[in-house]
Design a binder for this molecule. Structure first.
Ligand code: IDP
Ligand code: MG
Length: 139
């Protein structure tokens, strides 16, 4: 199925200069970048993006992290783009992410912020419905 998905290089990834390298990985995998832009995520956008996590103990830290500095939003198209991007990203916890994945290869020594939020460089949608919803927040 030809799909679109959405991802965002989070402030920790942008601050470390990983935007170009990550975009090259996405394109090298055969996925097409159809839109991309620099932005700093607002509180309101962060609350929309992370609405599903609002009851989680790490929610406020997550909003704080994603709004903490410049991010880079990307819309992607390709066959089975959602699952292919998730595979390319690797596991949520970078310590569990396989070598060769974005989160695995760009893992920091200390993966937690001061308030205990996990830094893992990139956000990626988990289904086409959420991809559409998330892309509409930022494009
Ligand atoms: P995902 O980014 O792989 O889809 P989600 O479960 O949707 O993972 O979590 C959203 C984000 O929340 C993660 O990318 C990570 O930054 C953070 N996070 C997830 N689980 C934890 C946790 O147990 N402690 C701290 N932060 C977490
Ligand atoms: Mg998620």
């Amino acid at each position: 199925m030809l799909e679109r998905t959405f991802c965002m290089i989070k402030p920790d990834g942008v601050a470390r200069g990983l935007v170009d390298g990550i975009k090259q990985r996405i394109e090298k995998s055969g996925l097409k970048i159809v839109k991309s832009r620099d932005l700093t995520v607002s509180e309101e956008q962060a609350r929309k993006l992370y609405a599903v996590h609002k009851e989680k103990p790490f929610y406020s830290g997550l909003v704080k992290l994603i709004t903490s500095g410049p991010s880079h939003a990307i819309e992607i198209e390709g066959e089975n783009a959602v699952s292919r991007l998730r595979k390319l990203m690797g596991a949520t916890d970078p310590r569990q992410a396989d070598p060769g994945t974005i989160r695995g290869d760009y893992k920091e020594d200390n993966i937690y912020t001061a308030d205990g939020t996990m830094k893992n460089v990139i956000h990626g949608s988990d289904c086409t419905e959420n991809a559409k919803h998330e892309a509409a927040i930022f494009f």
